[in-house]
Design a protein around this ligand. Structure first.
Ligand SMILES: Cc1cc2nc3c(=O)[nH]c(=O)nc-3n(C[C@H](O)[C@H](O)[C@H](O)COP(=O)(O)OP(=O)(O)OC[C@H]3O[C@@H](n4cnc5c(N)ncnc54)[C@H](O)[C@@H]3O)c2cc1C
Length: 508
């Protein structure tokens, strides 16, 4: 790549917002380059609670614009990617001394009616004494409400946006850190350091700073620009335990401190419990669940479940940092979850757009809003918005067609175990046929490297999804890390370092 290679748009940050903007802009015909300093989704976008939700709690803070936009997005995103996004019912037990029943009923009424619901079922009341949802709970909980939101495989959403952007011409550079961005008469002159310390420079007419928790660092340390707003870093942690209940619904529990905690069926054999909200002042790359947060989550869930959740039941924890727009709220949990797009475009100088806040749920709308903001600086941005009806890679099947796709995959590949076929279809949707192309038996997929991960799948992930290291595969492209032993993980790392892999899938 020569120094003079010029792009219409350069994006710093391979999280959901950066990749969403890259996809949208590339689809409108812009030439795009995206830089991610580590792996795609290695920042906040793999550490969320993984809900496509309006955010019932935000109604308490009168965030009607955000809640309505987010509610509307649920079905849009579900239809775009029914492999990685699916509906989930939430059970909200009524708790004496917490929010009164009328308030919850009003909130759920708004939730049902604000957001153009066509496919998702509405709210209903439950008698916990005669519903499966009551079985794992303490008997003091007698009544509950049940409502709809959606689940998303957050890190896969990021990768699929990057994949689609690349297929529309975007240049996706992972493990490439932008070290400086300077305005020049030809546009932004962007210097980066890639794998092996290789340095390079490109030019771009416009620059988007989608660095999430690093947004202020990029503004001041990389672009040497004035920070138009500040980011409030708010840590949130989750714990994963062995499956706590048999049914497929999630719980939303109210806590004494006014917060809420979810307990969600996770990866077939586990339950995900989270999250916390506390201001964070450290390095976002080093965030970890603290003992205090772990104790808080165990205690919060144990208030509701018959069987207490204990420290020793935990099989995994993860933590992330919300890059919230600092609206001056006193408590971390009250800081707005809405996004703010700050445009810095002095006359005659190339434009810089910085992103503060946002949710996984609103990433697609945020990308549209970002391109609207850039319309005077990026001619392609004036072309019509298109992403609302365009499936993500592998998502070109009906929103309720998951079971049928698993059945078709098993007919074509009868050697796959039912759970293996289901996992592959969840991950790759219709692209499972590319991954399995030509395979007639399990042996054609190569060696099994742990759980049901085969050499064939690893090759696909390297070639199509920018996977380089074991953790990219075990914790972001999949959650097979929950099923791998430390020795298997080390062997996978060794395997990935080898220059060639066998059993390659057919290329796109
Ligand atoms: C605990 C928790 C729970 C959440 N739950 C939900 C939920 O259920 N639903 C929901 O909708 N939202 C949820 N969110 C919010 C959501 O996860 C975030 O808003 C979203 O992931 C932010 O994405 P991003 O792209 O802005 O940032 P990130 O994902 O952090 O991406 C920014 C990227 O920029 C890269 N970068 C930084 N500096 C440079 C540089 N100089 N050069 C190159 N790359 C650089 C970083 O490595 C990083 O990967 C949650 C967040 C947290 C923390």
């Amino acid at each position: 790549m020569s120094e003079e290679t010029a792009y219409d748009l350069a994006i710093i940050g391979g999280g959901v917002n950066g990749c969403g903007i890259a996809r949208d802009a590339a689809g409108r015909g812009a030439s795009v380059i995206l830089f991610e300093q580590r792996d795609l989704a290695s920042g906040t976008s793999s550490a969320s609670t993984k809900l496509i939700h309006g955010g019932l709690r935000y109604l308490e803070h009168y965030e009607f614009r955000l809640v309505r936009e987010a509610l509307l997005e649920r079905e849009v995103l579900w239809r775009m990617a029914p492999h990685i996004i699916w509906p989930l019912r939430f059970v909200l037990p009524q708790t004496p001394g917490m929010r009164p029943g009328w308030m919850i009923r009003l909130g759920l009424f708004l939730y049902d009616h604000l957001g153009g619901r066509e496919l998702l079922p509405g709210t209903r009341s439950l008698n916990l004494a005669d519903d499966d949802a009551g079985a794992p709970l303490k008997s003091a909980f007698r009544r509950a409400f049940e409502y709809s939101d959606c689940w998303v495989e957050d890190a896969r959403l990021v990768v699929l946006n990057a994949r689609d952007a690349a297929e529309r011409g975007a240049d996706i550079r992972t493990r490439t850190k932008v070290t400086s961005a300077a305005r020049s008469p030809k546009g932004w002159r962007i210097t980066y350091e890639g794998p092996g310390g290789r340095r390079g420079t490109v030019l771009a007419k416009t620059l988007v700073n989608a660095a999430g928790p690093w947004v202020n660092d990029v503004l001041t340390g990389v672009a040497h620009a004035r920070a138009p707003a500040t980011v409030r870093l708010v840590q949130g942690s989750h714990i994963v335990v062995r499956r706590l209940f048999a049914h497929e619904r999630a719980y939303i529990f109210q806590n004494r401190d006014g917060r809420i905690v979810f307990a969600i069926p996770y990866e077939r054999d586990f339950t995900l419990i989270g999250t916390t909200d506390r201001d964070y002042f450290g390095d976002p790359a080093k965030v970890e669940a603290s003992e205090e947060e772990i104790a808080y989550l165990c205690a919060a869930a144990s208030e509701y479940f018959r069987e207490p959740v204990r420290r020793e039941d935990i099989v995994w924890t993860y933590s992330g940092v919300r890059p919230l727009y600092d609206d001056g709220a006193s408590k971390a949990q009250e800081a707005t979850r809405d996004y703010v797009l700050a445009l810095d475009a002095p006359p005659g100088s190339p434009a810089l757009l910085s992103i503060f806040g946002g949710k996984i749920t609103t990433y697609r709308r945020l990308a549209e809003a970002a391109l609207d903001k850039l319309a005077d600086h990026l001619p392609a941005a004036r072309r019509p918005a298109w992403t609302a009806t365009a499936p993500l890679p592998g998502g070109d099947f009906p929103h309720d067609g998951f079971e049928a796709l698993v059945a078709a995959t098993r007919r074509e590949h009868p050697y796959l175990a039912p759970t293996h076929a289901a996992r592959l279809v969840r991950a790759y949707g219709t692209r499972v046929s590319r991954l399995l192309d030509g395979a007639r038996s399990a042996a054609d997929l190569g060696r099994v490297l742990g759980a049901d991960l085969t050499e064939r799948e690893v090759s696909y992930l390297k070639e199509q999804e920018w996977a380089l290291e074991a953790d990219d595969i075990l914790w972001r492209r999949s959650k097979l890390g929950l099923r791998f032993s430390p020795a298997q993980r080390a062997a996978l790392d060794d395997y990935l370092r080898r220059p060639t892999s066998v059993a390659a899938p057919s290329a796109a």
